[in-house]
Ligand binder design. Structure first.
Ligand code: SF4
Length: 383
């Protein structure tokens, strides 16, 4: 264990780098599922859990998040083994929030029962759309009906905390289509909804199709309209917006994701996973082979590491904290850094307030409603 880390609770993120196939818009680190590669990965991950567990054996773990990739494309027994190893090597709190991301095409009763028996208490289901036409365009390997069935099966199996992910701004998606997707998702009664705007990256099949003029990227104005359509509809349906893209029934916010936005410590395991502990940020290699090779030699697969300066930390508090609708607390900033945000970023804050992108009251700085769909413009001011 590192000195000074004794009292800090940790969030654990495990990156599962396999998917059934690559979606047309995907820019994440994922490889096609292959049993042999998955077995090699599981062995390397077990080694990383063992090595990091020795280092952080006294840090209570309050959240675990298995993300990807598609965690649920691994055999249920392998996922269960990963969770067992985490409990063996880290002090996982009995009340820990344990989330697994699931692709609707992989959700079976066997999987759900196995996850529940392994202590998983939150399922995040990547529905993305309730229209088969749009799911096909996105290259998703599931149908709209499978998305609905995944949520219903999770409930029937006993999951009391279910989240769904939805995408808007999909080429060919109208505001009417988006309204229907929102209504259908809400009708399923999830506890949490993430509504993300689709980003089309150049080096993806969707990006190449756009460059070739085969599809039309959603216009900025429509994107903005869809964003507010989601915030208004979800806020009016009992979901409280607590982050730019995240909405929850009261008390059902993602405790794991709040760790990132509140600047608390987390440890990432697996290829491409990032960690932030005690002012240090580091990233694992994204390469599956280099990840496995490093751990076979009992070495950490870290490729980037840096110690944050106080200026870095202040900037992070600003651009991560501003993601939350509650914004940042001026008094917390002052007690942590001995300075007011205005003393550090005075001109920038004044400019953003004048532009109607930031608002300040006695103790809080937060994005305005207008700034929410263009938040990256605001964050750029603090980098
Ligand atoms: S399921 Fe997610 S991680 Fe996997 S290819 Fe699709 S978008 Fe990428």
């Amino acid at each position: 264990m590192k000195e000074g880390m004794k009292e800090s609770a940790l969030g654990l993120y495990i990156h599962i780098p396999f998917c059934l196939g690559k979606c047309a818009y995907c820019d994440f680190v994922s490889y096609p599922y292959d049993p042999e590669a998955a077995a090699g990965y599981a062995k390397a991950l077990a080694q990383e859990i063992y090595l990091r567990g020795r280092e952080y054996s006294e840090n209570a773990v309050r959240t675990i998040y298995l993300g990807g990739g598609t965690p649920t494309c691994l055999p249920p027994a392998m996922l269960k083994r990963i969770l067992t190893l985490l409990r063996e090597h880290f002090p996982v709190s009995p009340e820990a929030e344990i989330t697994v991301e699931a692709n609707p095409g992989t959700v079976s009763n066997e999987l759900l029962e196995s996850l529940l028996s392994a202590g998983v208490n939150r399922l995040s289901i990547g529905m993305q759309s309730t229209e088969d036409r749009l799911l096909r365009l996105l290259g998703r390997r599931h149908t709209a009906a499978e998305g609905v069935r995944a949520v219903e099966s999770a409930r029937a199996a006993g999951f009391r905390n279910v989240s769904v992910d939805l995408l808007f701004g999909i080429p060919g998606q109208s505001t009417g289509d988006w309204g229907e997707s929102l209504a259908e998702a809400v009708a399923l009664g999830p506890d949490h909804i993430s509504a993300y705007g689709l980003e089309v990256y150049g080096e993806t099949p969707l990006g190449r199709a756009a460059a070739a003029g085969k599809i039309t990227i959603c216009a900025d104005e429509t994107f903005r309209e869809m964003y507010f359509q989601a915030t208004d509809y979800l806020n009016g349906s009992g979901y409280v917006q607590y982050e730019i893209s995240n909405f929850a029934r009261p008390g059902m916010e993602s405790r794991h994701n709040l760790i990132y936005w509140e600047g608390k410590p987390y440890l990432g395991l697996g290829p491409a996973a990032h960690s932030y502990i005690g002012r240090r940020r580091w990233a694992n290699t994204a390469g599956l082979k280099t990840y496995c090779d490093a751990l076979a030699e009992r070495k950490f697969p870290v490729v980037e590491e840096r110690v944050l300066t106080p200026a870095d930390e202040m900037a992070e508090v600003m651009f991560l904290g501003l993601r939350l609708t509650a914004g940042i607390s001026v008094s917390c900033f002052r007690s942590r850094f001995g300075l007011e945000p205005a003393a550090v970023y005075g001109a920038r804050i004044s400019r953003l307030v004048a532009q109607g992108l930031l608002e300040a009251d006695r103790d809080r700085l937060r994005l305005t409603r207008e700034a929410l769909p263009v938040a990256n413009q605001v964050f750029a001011a603090f980098v």
